[in-house]
Write a protein that binds this ligand. Structure first.
Ligand code: GCU
Length: 410
């Protein structure tokens, strides 16, 4: 904390958020960043270390023992529209914990295609009814409200009847028809998001990373898995791994932002209603706060984050720093008007407050001076919309993401 104090003196009052925020361009030692080189050499590494140590925790990098095996390649999937590839990633070697990467590549396109990579909530098989998708053997939730039909899940295990249960949030054919490959990994293959925490998924492989206060949390594990997914995509000649957008909804949107911030290979980042610990600013004190995050989801963040419980408004950093780490790469942040828990206006303010870094690095910012009207997409180097309705992923959201991707990745 002591080393953070000089930064406390360097606040900027941001017009859009009406909240005082620490300046992403002022270093911990109080010096101001004025060039792209200084940002890269000094401020970016310092912020990465700060968020690793204080919020998300340390990850194991790319483990030497990791084995990735393609176990399915069907060039006639989805009625001939796509090639389906499934890759078993064993981060600790075989046998051992396994994360399946499901990939659909559109058929009939010229040259390697850009891709969208995101984690899913209820299993790879839940995103589409395709009978060729391997059913996860990991634990699966049995209820998900209106988000998914999980009636086919029995005793927390996937069954044939659970295929496509969450397809309403994954317009696979639409994404493919727009010229993008789609790749996904199941959250519970990576990290136990149910009790007992840290007991399944990849965490048991890395007990030493649970010892410190900067322990490898669940969000960090999901972000790390996205990087391992990208490693696998790099080996697929039909995919242009330099044009991969990382996407995530809600808790998985928090992970997508951290993946994009910490792994510069991701060419674009999409945060769909990531809220607290994602795009929302804590300092506004609106919606879910740090104490709630650390209490209800004690496995998501590093233990060190708990010392900020109740101190949202005094944080010496905030989530706009995470989005600054994505600059100058395109970033799209989306909110939903009734998603009060995620503080939609605070998500806008967070994205907007990353703008000085985008500008410094020669990219466009977020072309809106105040919170845009509902259902209006604004798109610069940073894109944003607030959709009418509740916390969800809807066709309007995907349309905006694909339009934004067309602008930046095509
Ligand atoms: C809870 C949690 C949010 C999270 C959401 C989700 O509502 O409080 O922080 O984003 O779950 O992942 O669905």
């Amino acid at each position: 904390m002591k080393t953070l104090l000089p930064a406390l003196s360097a606040f900027l009052l941001h017009q859009t958020s009406a909240v005082e925020l620490p300046d992403p361009l002022v270093c911990i030692d109080g010096s101001r960043i004025t060039t792209a080189a200084e940002w890269r050499e000094k401020r970016r590494p310092e912020l990465l270390e700060l968020f690793t140590r204080e919020i998300y925790g340390r990850n194991p990098g790319r483990p030497e023992k990791l084995v990735a095996e393609v176990f399915d390649r069907d060039p006639a999937a989805l009625g001939g529209k796509a090639t389906r590839i499934q890759i078993a990633i064993h981060p600790g070697g075989k046998p051992g914990p396994r994360m399946d990467l499901l990939v659909y590549v559109p058929n009939g396109t010229k040259g390697p295609v850009p891709a969208i990579l995101g984690l899913n909530f209820w299993g790879n098989h839940s995103i589409h009814k395709d009978p060729g998708i391997r059913l996860t053997e990991s634990w699966v939730e049995e209820k998900a409200g209106h988000y998914a039909d999980l009636t086919g899940v029995r005793n927390n295990r996937a069954t044939e009847a659970s295929r496509g249960g969450n397809s309403r949030q994954w317009p696979v054919e639409e994404i493919l028809s727009r010229g993008y490959a789609l790749a996904t990994i199941y959250r519970e293959d990576v990290a136990a998001d149910h009790e007992p925490h840290f007991a399944s998924g990849v965490h048991p492989l890395f007990p030493e990373l649970q010892k410190g206060d900067d322990n490898f949390g669940g969000i960090a594990a999901w972000a790390w898995a996205l990087s391992r997914g990208l490693d696998a995509l790099e080996k697929e000649p039909a995919i242009d791994a330099r044009r991969v957008a990382v996407f995530g909804f809600s808790r998985l949107g928090k992970a997508a932002l951290w993946a994009g911030a910490s792994d510069e290979r991701f060419a674009m980042v999409i945060s769909n209603e990531s809220g607290a610990g994602g795009a929302k600013l804590f300092r506004r004190g609106v919606g879910e706060d740090i104490a709630r995050l650390n209490t209800v989801f004690p496995h998501w963040f590093a233990k060190s984050f708990r010392k900020y419980n109740g101190k949202d408004k005094e944080l010496p950093f905030d989530q706009h720093f995470v989005m600054s780490l994505i600059a100058p790469r395109p970033l799209y942040v989306a909110s939903a008007i009734d998603d009060k828990h995620a503080d939609p206006e605070g998500e806008f303010a967070g994205a907007k407050a990353a703008e000085p870094v985008y500008r410094l690095l020669g990219a466009d910012g977020l072309p809106a001076e105040s919170w845009p009207a509902a259902d209006t997409s604004v798109q610069g180097g940073i894109g944003y919309h607030v959709r009418s309705g509740i916390h969800d992923v809807l066709p309007f959201d995907w349309k905006c993401y694909l339009d934004f991707a067309d602008k930046h990745l095509k």
